[in-house]
Design a protein around this ligand. Sequence first.
Ligand SMILES: [Zn+2]
Length: 316
Amino acid sequence: MNLKKNWKPIIERFQVKLSKWKSKTLSFGGRLTLIQSVLGNVPTYFLSLFVALAGVIQTLEKMRNRFLWGASEEKKTIHWILWDTVVAPKESGGLGNGVWNYIAGIRKDLVNKDISVPSVLSKQPTANGVTWRCELSSNGIYTVCALRHRWDYRPHNIDGKFFWLNEIPLKVNCFIWRAKRGRIPVALELSKRGVVLENLTCPMCNEYEECADHVLVDCPYVRKVFEGLSRWCSVNTEDFHTVKDVVDSVSQRGMCHNRRSKILLAVYYGALWSIWKSRNERVFKKNRIPPDKVNDTIKSVTYLWVKNRGKLDKIN
Ligand SMILES: [Zn+2]
C-alpha cells in the first residue's frame, strides 16, 4: 500500500458515494451530515490497516471539501470557508468534522500536519542515565489518545466559539455559522471572489454595499424588524451591528444553558434566517416583504422549531 495507485479502489469508492445528484439535492446541512456520518467512515477501515500516503489523505479530503460546497469534477463552486476551519472541533469554532478519522494511528502523517515527534518528547535525566518523557500527557507516557487530543485542539485561527442549538434545524445553524464569518453569497463577498455583478448595493435599502453584517443586522430595513423583535422579547437590540453581536449576545454572558436563553437564541437565529429569506425573496422574486410580516415569520418558525425539536413546550 505504499504506492498511490494501490489506493485507487478506495478513492473510486469514495467518488461513487459523492455522486453528483446527492450534492445537488442536499442542503448545506445535509451535505455536512453526509460527509460526517457516511463518508467520514469509508476509508477508516483501510487506514487502520495500512499506513496511508499523505497524498491519498489529501485527495480524499479535497473530495470531501468539494462535496460540501456542492462542486463536482466538471463544476467549480466557491468554497466559502477554509477546509481547516470546517474540520476544526466545535470547541474551537469549527464544524467538528473529524479529520482525525482518516489519520488515527498514522504518526507519519501527523508529522505532515505539524506535529513532529521531537516536539512532544523530552529527555529526562534519571539515576540510570536518560529517559524520554511524552509532553502530551500528564504521566509522561505516550498514547494515541493524547496525540489525538493535541491534533484536535491545535491552535486554529478561528473567530471564537459558536453555540450550536439543537432546537433549530442544522441548515439554519450552518447558515448562521457562515454568516458570522461573513461567508454567505452577498454582493460584496461574491465580487471579492471574481463574480461580476452590476452593482454591489444592498437590495433592501439601496443605500449601502451589501455585506453579511449589513444585510442581516445593520440595514435600516432590518432595524425595523429588530424593533418588532425587541417589543416581542423585551430585549434591547439597539447595540447589534454585526451577526457576531447577535450570536454572542446570549452565549457571551454564559447563559446558554438555561431554558429562556436557549429560546431567546433560537429567536435570534430564527430572525437572521427569516431576514435572509426575505432578502432572497427580494433579489430573486422581486417581492418586498414588510418588516412586520418578517416578524410574524420569525415568531412562527421559532415556535415550531422549539416546540417540535426542543421539547420546550411552553413558549409564549
Ligand atoms: Zn441595506
